[in-house]
Design a protein around this ligand. Structure first.
Ligand code: AMP
Ligand code: ZN
Length: 114
């Protein structure tokens, strides 16, 4: 996807503030952080929304969570705890249509979310 912001970050055309990277996922700091740690874990493959996932992506989704786990460890938030969020489509607040797992921590989280 040539006009996708997160694909441009994966390709290095726009340089993100990288926290973690491996063969399958890239994790970088959110430009508008909602917590002391706010990192986005994105698959290197372009997938627009959760609705576009199929069974071939099962392992990749697992790798996104392994990326989140690694980010939590690197950021020192694994033990107090942290939140992972994926918004799907406009009603849930999705604004970038390349799936991404938010990793939020470093402060007390509340429930239910807004
Ligand atoms: P969502 O609203 O769930 O689609 O999340 C998209 C997230 O991407 C928001 O939290 C934005 O702050 C974040 N974002 C948008 N542009 C950038 C950027 N250039 N670098 C890092 N994060 C971004
Ligand atoms: Zn993309």
């Amino acid at each position: 996807m040539t006009d996708c912001l997160f694909c441009k970050m994966v390709k290095g055309e726009i340089p993100p503030d990288i926290v973690y990277e491996d063969k399958d996922v890239l994790a970088f700091r959110d430009i508008n952080p909602q917590a002391p740690t706010h990192v986005l874990v994105v698959p290197k493959e372009h997938i627009s929304t959760i609705n576009d996932l199929d069974y071939a992506h099962t392992e990749l989704v697992g790798k996104m969570f392994m990326g989140a786990r690694k980010v939590a460890e690197l950021e020192g938030i694994a033990e107090p705890g942290y939140r992972t969020v994926m918004n799907c489509n406009e009603a849930a607040g999705q604004t970038v249509f390349h799936i991404h797992l938010h990793v939020l921590g470093g402060r007390e989280m509340h429930w239910p979310p807004g």
